[in-house]
Design a protein around this ligand. Structure first.
Ligand SMILES: NC(=O)c1ccc[n+]([C@@H]2O[C@H](COP(=O)([O-])OP(=O)(O)OC[C@H]3O[C@@H](n4cnc5c(N)ncnc54)[C@H](O)[C@@H]3O)[C@@H](O)[C@H]2O)c1
Length: 256
């Protein structure tokens, strides 16, 4: 029970990687606010809250659009109401356009940046605001885990705005880590490689899966739990003296 009685907000936690993170945190004793646009998992199956409560864990759903500061602030307020403080903020929600530069309209750009960059900015800002007002547990007042991507460091094939947004997440993680270390706020990121979630369309086209496997030395593509394990580590006290890090969970993609 590495997160016993810790409170966590996980954005985009209705589906995929966010769902796996919420479930992993709850299994380790955390009270989890599942913050998403809706409760239905993209990949189908039971909702995050239903699967956590069936396993004896604690979770509640809060409708939240990460492009809206008020929604994030309400999700954080709910965590505080349930557990007295905000220990962990996971900024996971993201979208893509599946378009290269010349096919990316201004609307596409604005939509992706609103979620992938502004959503993380607002999630970090609202979390830091709350964390600064609470006493530290040991050395740490609160922990932020941002979900970036290897495509924030290298080109994202045919997803220009997505890659730029993810680069912004890597940058924000470092700056926030440096700016608030003195106040006991820890800020790290996890950069997944290719993870099989409920994504549809080009993300799971046979040629894209073959491309991803061709880039990945490990002999399988990623699972949501691979990312959840890393997020758990960074959200736990085991991650001591680690801040500003962008931890690759990519089966060696970036080493290749
Ligand atoms: N799956 C991969 O291969 C992969 C690779 C690298 C990085 N990532 C990152 O991991 C994270 C999760 O990816 P996934 O594959 O689980 O995605 P997903 O599409 O399966 O789930 C994303 C969730 O975010 C929610 N969401 C979207 N816009 C939102 C908004 N405005 N407010 C609140 N919630 C919103 C969706 O409703 C959905 O439940 C993302 O940050 C993604 O960029 C995924």
């Amino acid at each position: 029970m590495r997160l016993l009685d810790r409170t966590a907000v996980v954005t985009g936690a209705a589906s995929g990687i966010g769902k796996a993170i919420a479930r992993r945190f709850a299994a380790e004793g955390a009270i989890v606010v599942v913050a998403d646009l809706g409760e239905t998992p993209r990949e189908g199956g039971e909702t995050t809250v239903a699967s956590i409560t069936a396993a004896g864990g604690r979770a509640v759903f809060q409708r939240c659009d990460v492009t809206r500061a008020d929604d994030l602030s309400a999700a954080i307020a709910l965590a505080v109401e349930l557990g007295g403080r905000l220990d962990i903020m996971v900024n996971n929600a993201a979208i893509g356009t599946d378009t290269p530069l010349l096919d990316t309209s201004e609307d596409d750009w604005d939509r992706v940046m609103a979620v992938n960059a502004k959503g993380v900015f607002l999630g970090c800002r609202e979390a830091v605001l709350r964390m600064l007002g609470q006493a530290p547990r040991g050395e740490v007042r609160g922990r932020i885990v941002n979900i970036s991507s290897q495509h924030g460091m290298i080109r994202a094939p045919n997803d220009f705005a997505y890659g730029v947004g993810k680069a912004a997440v890597v940058y924000m993680t470092r700056q926030i880590a440096g700016d608030y270390a003195a106040e006991g706020i820890v800020c790290n990121a996890v950069a997944p490689g290719k993870i099989l979630t409920g994504k549809t369309g080009r993300a799971i086209a046979p040629e894209m899966l073959a491309y991803s496997q061709g880039r990945t030395p490990w002999p399988r593509l990623g699972r949501p739990d691979d990312v959840a394990n890393a997020a758990l580590f960074l959200a736990s006290d085991e991650a001591s003296y680690i801040t500003g890090e962008n931890l690759m969970v990519d089966g060696g993609w970036m080493a290749n």
